[in-house]
Structure formats: structure tokens, C-alpha cells
Design a protein around this ligand. Structure first.
Ligand code: PGA
Length: 247
């Protein structure tokens, strides 16, 4: 399985800044062994178009950070996955903790999105993760299992999906989970997915990943890549994470 390096730009970068990033990336990416790596970029919806042209030459896939579970209609402010697909997007990020916390997205909502995205032939990336109080009170595994079972309810195990484990307390805080925490949590999620009938689901870690911690995190069993926020905004720090993971 290729290691996946997914960049979540969140609500950052204008189309011009996105173009500059892609230009710089195209000059520097040749230093990386792209046969071992899959890059996925999630720009804001307004910058998707600016990234698509160069992405084809770079064998880099583009996705949207959110999409509604209908192709079109009266859903003011939402992204259409069908339009994203027609533009050339292959992935949709679903259930990021910021969507869950700031925009009240539920597991049931995520499930509808996963189902719709897959019906279009696109690949959903489902984010799951516990908040600090849940980790501290020993509820992490139960919370994650609930998110998996509700989010994947009636989702066909034969269809492609990626899962990203992002402890909410580690996102954007600089406080990365320890190797031991990632090891036991990824082992549990991997086992749970298998028990639910989902085989070969890439499992990413996210939360304050940077070049300094990517090497040791990437060697943990069942860490198939990373979902990267802050450190994906600069080409050098993004590529450094990929490089550190290959060493
Ligand atoms: P971070 O964000 O790398 O800045 O912690 C990760 C994410 O939100 O996906």
C-alpha cells in the first residue's frame, strides 16, 4: 500500500496562493520517490480549480473538504460532490472534527455523505477522533467504535474508503499523540474495521504532524499515512513529512 500524505488546507489560501503552492511543488516534488507515495490535497472549495491543472502532471489527487449528500438543489452554501467530481476531484473529506464541533455535524450526517460520495465513484475520507475529556476518562476506544459503526452503517465494505484517526486534542495544538497512544489506537481501529468486514482500508493519523515526528509515527503498524493541517501549507514542510516517512 502506498503511504498517503493528505493536506488539509482548511480555510486558507486564495486561488493565487494555491497556484503558487502548486508551482513550487512541481519544482520540488521530483526529489521524492512518488512511486511509494500518494499525495492528496484538500484545498478550500474556492481554490480547487486553481490546483487542478498542475495536479495532473504531478500525480497528485484533489479533494474537497466537505460536500452535501445531493448533487444539486436548494442547499445554500454547500458544495456539490457531483460538481467537484465533474471538475476532477476524486476525494471528499467527511466528518473532520471542525465540521463536527463548529458546524454540528453528526455521525448520521457523515454516513449520508459517505454513501452519496461513494455512489458517485468518489472516495470518502472519514475522520474520527476523541476529545481530551474522553481520552482522560478512558472512553477513547468506545467513542471511536461508535463513530465507526454509526458513520459506516450500511456502507458497502467493498467500496473504497479511507479513515483518518485524529485525536481532537492534537489538532492544531502542537500536542501530538505519543507513539504508544497511536500504536494502540491504530491497532484497535484496524481490528474493528476488519471485524466490520472492511479490508484494506488505509488508516491515516492526523494531529500536529510535522517532519520532526513523522518518521517515528510512520513506522507504527497500521499507520498508512497522515492527514496534515498546518504543516501542509508550505511546500517544504509538506514534502519534508513525506521524506521523513520514507527514510
Ligand atoms: P494539524 O491539523 O496538522 O494542523 O494539527 C490536522 C487536521 O486538522 O486535519
Amino acid at each position: 500500500m502506498k503511504k498517503i500524505f493528505a493536506a488539509n488546507w482548511k480555510m486558507n489560501k486564495s486561488p493565487n496562493e494555491a497556484r503558487e503552492f502548486m508551482n513550487e511543488l512541481s519544482q520540488k516534488i521530483s526529489k521524492i520517490d512518488v512511486n511509494k507515495i500518494q499525495f492528496i490535497l484538500f484545498p478550500s472549495a474556492l481554490a480547487v480549480d486553481a490546483t487542478l491543472g498542475l495536479s495532473k502532471n504531478l500525480s497528485l489527487s484533489i479533494g474537497v473538504q466537505n460536500a452535501y449528500f445531493a448533487g444539486s438543489g436548494a442547499f445554500t452554501g454547500e458544495n456539490s460532490a457531483a460538481v467537484a467530481k465533474s471538475m476532477g476531484c476524486e476525494y471528499v473529506l467527511i466528518g473532520h472534527s471542525e465540521r463536527r464541533t463548529l458546524f454540528s455535524e453528526t455521525d448520521e450526517f457523515c454516513q449520508k455523505k459517505i454513501s452519496f460520495v461513494q455512489s458517485l465513484g468518489m472516495i470518502p475520507m472519514l475522520c474520527i477522533g476523541e476529545v481530551l475529556a474522553e481520552r482522560q476518562s478512558g472512553q477513547t476506544f468506545q467513542v471511536l467504535k461508535n463513530q465507526l459503526h454509526s458513520g459506516l452503517k450500511e456502507i458497502d465494505p467493498a467500496k473504497k474508503i479511507i479513515v483518518a484517526y485524529e485525536p481532537v486534542w492534537a489538532i492544531g495544538t502542537g500536542q501530538v499523540a505519543t507513539v504508544e497512544q497511536v500504536r494502540e489506537t491504530h491497532a484497535m481501529i484496524h481490528a474493528e474495521l476488519l471485524a466490520m468486514g472492511y479490508q484494506n482500508v488505509p488508516l491515516l493519523y492526523g494531529g500536529s504532524v510535522k517532519a520532526e515526528n513523522a518518521g517515528e509515527l510512520s513506522r507504527i503498524p497500521h499507520v498508512d499515512g497522515f492527514l496534515i493541517g498546518g504543516a501542509s501549507l508550505q511546500v517544504d514542510s509538506y514534502l519534508a513529512i513525506a521524506q521523513a516517512s520514507l527514510n
